[in-house]
Structure formats: structure tokens, C-alpha cells
Design a protein around this ligand. Structure first.
Ligand SMILES: Nc1ncnc2c1ncn2[C@@H]1O[C@H](COP(=O)(O)OP(=O)(O)OP(=O)(O)O)[C@@H](O)[C@H]1O
Ligand SMILES: [Mg+2]
Length: 470
């Protein structure tokens, strides 16, 4: 078995306490390879001369605090991202909060052998997991270039321009909005992997997927015993994202109380773990994504205005595919190629008939839906032609009729409940209202879209009182 590697940064003088040499002997007897140095400059020499790459660095803050604060990002890279455990003299005057974001743990001296052994083993495990992740992030960097956001339409070019500007600057928060499947997740990854923080971690959480309490303890962490079920200490995602990016997906669905805590953490750049006593500081860039109309949510009191402004330092509004259908020309071949490779197929021909279907379809699920449609067709292809019959695009059926529930808007489609809760007239009104909104209340356009006449439409607008209320 490969030995675990530890580096100890310690004063070489001993005053009766457990000092570096003692610890070194202790760990060497277990399954650790230990090196010991007396300062950060020596660390650098050691790394270069001996090609020593520690999993865990045990550092005495009384020796290296000042240097540490100055050069921790550089050191992290140089040491290939180990986990740090700091020891300090509780009667001394070092401000340990400064080191929090970097520390796996901070132990007051004198240190207990058993305790440090447990902590070091856990830290070692975490370091090796993180290294594996980091290793795969090199290939992610290639996958998430600004050019990975495809499209030659003005809207797509505009997105890439914004991404370029954004990744060259240090911006604390970005909001990415757009309908489902428009690439919010993709853009968040591009922002991280092409940005100034690409060497740091990208930590991601879906705010809609967890109940409020769990989300809170994920974000801010908890100490063991903070609540029933909290057996082990958990480092919050903010801490984990230190020097990197925290991607808060579906932020629009976050509970309003939790929003206040989030805002406070963002403003203070520090937070307390649940059940914890110390505030832990962190330096993260936040990318928040949502398909929810935040301004509307704000006016309805479901989203905090102050948080909205805090996150909206920079906002990327992703165009829907329906608004940039010309990009199909680039997207379709690219997706076909991808699935050709994955499934060992050789599709190279897209007939006019298929193009026409693709262009006429309404793509309410945007690029995700497009990808699914192409995937299915490529997988079921028999020769070099993309088979039309597997597209299964039912015209551009915009009204999806569904039983149960309430009427819903889904991109350019709406769903209407058939459970008796709506009368035919109300449905009629709803459809016209939706069509009017899509055409910015231009009556002629709306009439044309609905295959009706201006006169009929005017009559119904009056009947249902459908004037522009926005
Ligand atoms: N402009 C684009 N060029 C190439 N691929 C894209 C583009 N936009 C989106 N995609 C791809 O489409 C798929 C869906 O995108 P993504 O998951 O980022 O959407 P989303 O906005 O996060 O959707 P949801 O709101 O449903 O989570 C992904 O595979 C993504 O890589
Ligand atoms: Mg997403």
C-alpha cells in the first residue's frame, strides 16, 4: 500500500510539548511518510528537490502565520492541493480566522496524539479524493471553453462576448437566467473553467433539490452533533469553494429565510457552521442560475430584493433556441458528431425534409430537447442519413393539453387543466393572452399566429378584458 505523505512545518526547538520531531516519529511508525521543515521557504525547496507531494501539511501557525496569509494560493498550487491542519497557541495573538478557508482543521496546542491521528487520516482521505477530482478537471477545462457555447446568431455571439469579458475580470457574483435547457449549467462551468479562479474548486448545488434545513447545513456546514443526524463535522460548500466558484443552481427556488442567511454570508465573506462557534471566512465567486423570473419573484415577495441586487452584479440572460433558430445549422451537426462518436455511427446527411421539421418545431425544451431528439435519431440511424421518422416532432403543437393541475406556461407552450376547473371561455382567453404576450400585444401578428382575423381577436380581447397589464 502506498504510504500517506505528511509534511510538518514546525519550530525545531522543543519546550516539553509535543513538537515536530516527536510527531514525525509518531506518524512514521504508522503508515505515514513524514518530512519536517522549519518554514515555508524550505517547503518550496523540498518540493522542488525531492518531488515530495504531501497529502497533509501539519503547520504550526506560530511559525508560519505571516507567510501563510500572504502566499497561500501559490502554496496550494505548488504543493498540489494538500489538506492543511494548523496548530496554534491559544494564548498567542494570531488571528486564526484568517486561515479558516484553507484549514481542514485548526487545533489548539498542546495537541492530543490520538486526536491528531484521526484528523490527519480524514484529511488525507479528502486530499486524495480532491486530487482525483482535480485531475479530471484538466479535461473539463478543455470541454468548457467559451467556444463550447455554440451558435453564430447575434444572440449567441453576444453571450460569448459577455463570457469573455466576465472571465477576464474578478467579479464576485454572476446571475445566469434562461429557460430550461438554454445552457445555464454549461455557462456556469465555462465561467469557472475559463475564469481567474479555474485553479480553485468548482462546487455546485441545486437549491431546489434539498429541503431548506439540509440545504442550509450543506451551504454553511455543521459541527458534529449540531442536530439529530449530524454525526460528523461537515465543511460547508462555501468553505469548500474557497478560492474557487460556488454554483448555486435554481437559486429562484431557495427558501426566503435561507436567502437572508445567504446574503449575509456573501456580504461578510464568512459564516458560522451550524452548531459552530467560530466564523469561517472564505473567498468565493458565486454563479447563481435560475429559470425563474427573479424580478417577478421579487415583486411577489418570494425573492429578496437585496439578494437580487447582490447577485446581479453581472447578469447573463440566455436566449431561447426559438429566438435563435439559425443556430440549428451549427448545433445540429455538432450534436450529430458527438453521438456519432459515442455510438459509433456515421450520420453525415440531414435531408431538407428533416431540416424543415427542425426549423419549424417550437423547441420549448431548448438545446436539451434538441440534444435528446438528435441523440435518439442518431442511435436509431441505419445509414449515413439522419432518419426523419425518429425525430417525433409533432408539428409545432404549441398547446399541450393536460388533465389536472393549473394552467402553466412552458416556454412557448401552455398546459391547460382538463379537470373541470376551467371553462372553455377561460381556456380561450388564456390561449389568446399567451399569444398576445408572445407578440408583444401586436393584434395583427397575434391574429395571424392564431390563424384568426384582427376583428375576431379584437372582439375577444374586449370580451375577456385582455389588455396589456404588464
Ligand atoms: N449554446 C450551446 N452550445 C452547445 N451546447 C449547448 C448550448 N447551450 C446548451 N447546450 C447543451 O444543452 C444541454 C442543456 O444545457 P444546460 O443543462 O446547461 O441547461 P440549463 O439551462 O441548465 O437547463 P435547466 O434549467 O433545465 O437546468 C447541455 O448538454 C449543454 O451542454
Ligand atoms: Mg441546469
Amino acid at each position: 500500500m502506498m504510504k500517506k505523505r505528511m509534511l510538518i512545518i514546525e519550530e525545531r526547538t522543543s519546550n516539553g510539548e509535543l513538537n515536530g520531531e516527536d510527531l514525525s516519529r509518531h506518524f512514521s511508525k504508522k503508515d505515514w511518510n513524514v518530512d519536517i521543515v522549519s518554514g515555508l521557504t524550505e517547503v518550496k525547496n523540498l518540493l522542488i528537490d525531492k518531488d515530495f507531494c504531501p497529502d497533509v501539511i501539519l503547520a504550526d501557525l506560530d511559525v508560519c502565520a505571516d507567510e501563510m496569509f500572504k502566499s497561500n494560493a501559490e502554496l496550494q498550487k505548488l504543493t498540489n492541493y494538500p489538506e492543511w491542519i494548523f496548530t496554534y497557541d491559544p494564548d498567542g495573538d494570531i488571528d486564526i480566522s484568517q486561515i479558516d478557508g484553507l484549514a481542514y482543521d485548526i487545533l489548539a496546542k498542546p495537541i492530543d496524539r490520538h486526536r491528531i491521528e484521526v484528523v490527519a487520516s480524514r484529511a488525507q482521505r479528502l486530499a486524495s479524493i480532491n486530487r482525483r477530482l482535480r485531475h479530471s478537471s484538466a479535461s473539463k477545462k478543455q470541454r468548457y471553453q467559451i467556444e463550447s457555447y455554440l451558435g453564430q446568431s447575434d444572440a449567441a455571439k453576444n453571450v460569448r462576448e459577455m463570457l469573455t469579458a466576465l472571465t477576464e475580470t474578478a467579479i464576485s457574483a454572476v446571475t445566469v437566467i434562461g429557460e430550461t435547457g438554454t445552457g445555464k449549467g454549461l455557462v456556469a462551468r465555462i465561467i469557472h473553467h475559463c475564469g481567474l479562479r479555474s485553479d480553485g474548486p468548482l462546487v455546485e448545488i441545486n437549491c431546489a433539490a434539498l429541503p431548506k434545513e439540509l440545504l442550509e447545513s450543506q451551504l454553511f456546514g455543521h459541527e458534529s452533533g449540531a442536530f439529530t443526524g449530524a454525526k460528523e463535522r461537515h465543511r460547508g460548500l462555501f468553505e469548500q469553494a474557497h478560492n474557487g466558484t460556488l454554483f448555486l443552481d435554481e437559486i429562484g427556488d431557495m427558501d426566503i429565510e435561507l436567502q437572508s442567511k445567504l446574503l449575509k454570508a456573501l456580504e461578510d465573506k464568512k459564516a458560522r457552521r451550524l452548531g459552530g462557534e467560530r466564523e469561517i471566512s472564505f473567498d468565493v465567486q458565486v454563479v447563481a442560475a435560475t429559470g425563474v423570473d427573479l424580478e417577478k419573484a421579487m415583486h411577489e415577495g418570494r425573492f429578496r430584493e437585496d439578494l437580487y441586487h447582490r447577485l446581479n452584479v453581472f447578469c447573463i440572460d440566455l436566449p431561447s433556441l426559438a429566438d435563435r433558430k439559425e443556430d440549428l445549422v451549427e448545433l445540429v451537426p455538432s450534436i450529430i458528431n458527438e453521438y456519432n462518436q459515442k455510438a459509433n455511427k456515421k450520420v453525415t446527411v440531414v435531408t431538407d425534409e428533416v431540416w424543415e421539421k427542425l426549423f419549424n418545431y417550437s423547441w420549448t425544451g431548448n438545446i436539451r430537447e434538441l440534444r435528446n431528439v438528435i441523440e435518439r435519431s442518431v442511435l436509431l440511424s441505419k445509414d449515413e442519413t439522419l432518419p426523419s421518422k425518429w425525430l417525433q416532432l409533432n408539428g409545432s403543437s404549441d398547446v399541450v393539453v393536460e388533465s389536472g393541475g393549473v394552467p402553466r406556461r412552458l416556454g412557448s407552450a401552455i398546459t391547460i387543466p382538463l379537470d373541470g376547473s376551467m371553462k372553455l371561455d377561460e381556456m380561450d382567453g388564456l390561449i389568446i393572452q399567451a399569444a398576445l404576450e408572445d407578440n408583444e400585444y401586436n393584434v395583427s401578428q397575434t391574429a395571424e399566429m392564431l390563424g384568426s382575423t384582427r376583428e375576431t381577436l379584437r372582439y375577444r380581447i374586449q370580451k375577456y378584458d385582455l389588455r396589456d397589464k404588464g
